[in-house]
Write a protein that binds this ligand. Structure first.
Ligand code: 13P
Length: 252
């Protein structure tokens, strides 16, 4: 089944609002005619508004890097789903390994965040991936099994029709050590079959699975050539418009 490619940039904790606006405007111009691929950038919360303006009228969509599951209330420092919707977000990244590692994110909180995103029509990008020691101990599939089953607990087939999963092996993030195309394909195929077992073949077939971890203009094409790689979640190489636009235009 042909799935529409989806290339997303996760800007992590980089760029002030003026810096983000500038990159967003450059990117919008560079990918103005990219019609055959979905594109998203997720800046920091303080830059959402500036980026929204910068990408207006372009094919680039806006995403956030996290959300809190309550709608409003006494939760100092948190950002709610309606706030992201009002800021123009279409997507939200959930359960990134950096949040799991540094900010106490668990499969249970991931589950609550996905529920909240879906309740407000935000498309969740669920991030999963094993650490280097887990891979060495041959626990990659069991780790992913747990992250996906627990993260998606309680959702119906219909809930997840737009879900995106990003496979980001922790050992490949920001290290320059990309998974080989064969390693990525093996895990993506596993995730797709797991979703088929948990839900239905129709969802498995339509599910978009992004690869993340040191994706660059020089390796995107061979990754995208793999059957089960439907896109990329790009960190470092998304920070510069020219470089990221080459990843978006992998097919050119
Ligand atoms: P890098 O592309 O910098 O390795 O980061 C990947 C990532 O974590 C995207 O969410």
């Amino acid at each position: 089944m042909a799935r529409r490619p989806f290339i997303a940039g996760n800007w992590k904790m980089h760029k002030t609002a003026p810096e983000a606006a500038k990159t967003a405007e450059q990117l919008a111009a560079l990918v103005a005619d990219a019609a055959d691929v979905d594109v998203m950038i997720a800046p920091t919360f303080t830059a959402l508004e500036a980026v929204r303006k910068g990408i207006e009228g372009s094919p680039v969509a806006l995403g956030a890097q996290n959300l809190f599951w309550e709608t409003e209330g006494a939760y100092t420092g948190e950002i709610s789903p309606p706030m992201l919707v009002a800021a123009g977000c279409k997507y939200v990244i959930i359960g990134h390994s950096e949040r799991r590692e540094y900010f106490g994110e668990t499969d249970e909180t991931v589950n609550k965040r996905i529920r909240a995103a879906l309740d407000h029509n935000l498309i969740p990008i669920l991030c999963v991936g094993e650490s280097e020691s887990q891979r060495e101990a041959e626990k990659t599939f069991s780790v992913l099994d747990k992250q996906i089953k627990n993260g998606l607990q309680g959702f119906s087939l219909d809930d997840l029709k737009d879900l995106v999963i990003a496979y980001e092996p922790v050992w490949a993030i920001g290290t320059g050590k990309t998974a080989t195309k064969e390693q990525a394909q093996e895990v993506h195929a596993y995730i797709r079959s797991l979703i088929g077992d948990m839900y239905a073949k129709s969802l498995a077939d339509s599910l978009r699975i992004q690869y993340g971890g040191s994706v660059k203009p020089g390796n995107i094409k061979e990754l995208m050539d793999m059957d089960d790689v439907d896109g990329a979640l790009v960190g470092g190489a998304s920070l510069e418009a020219e470089t990221f636009s080459k990843i978006v235009r992998f097919n050119k």
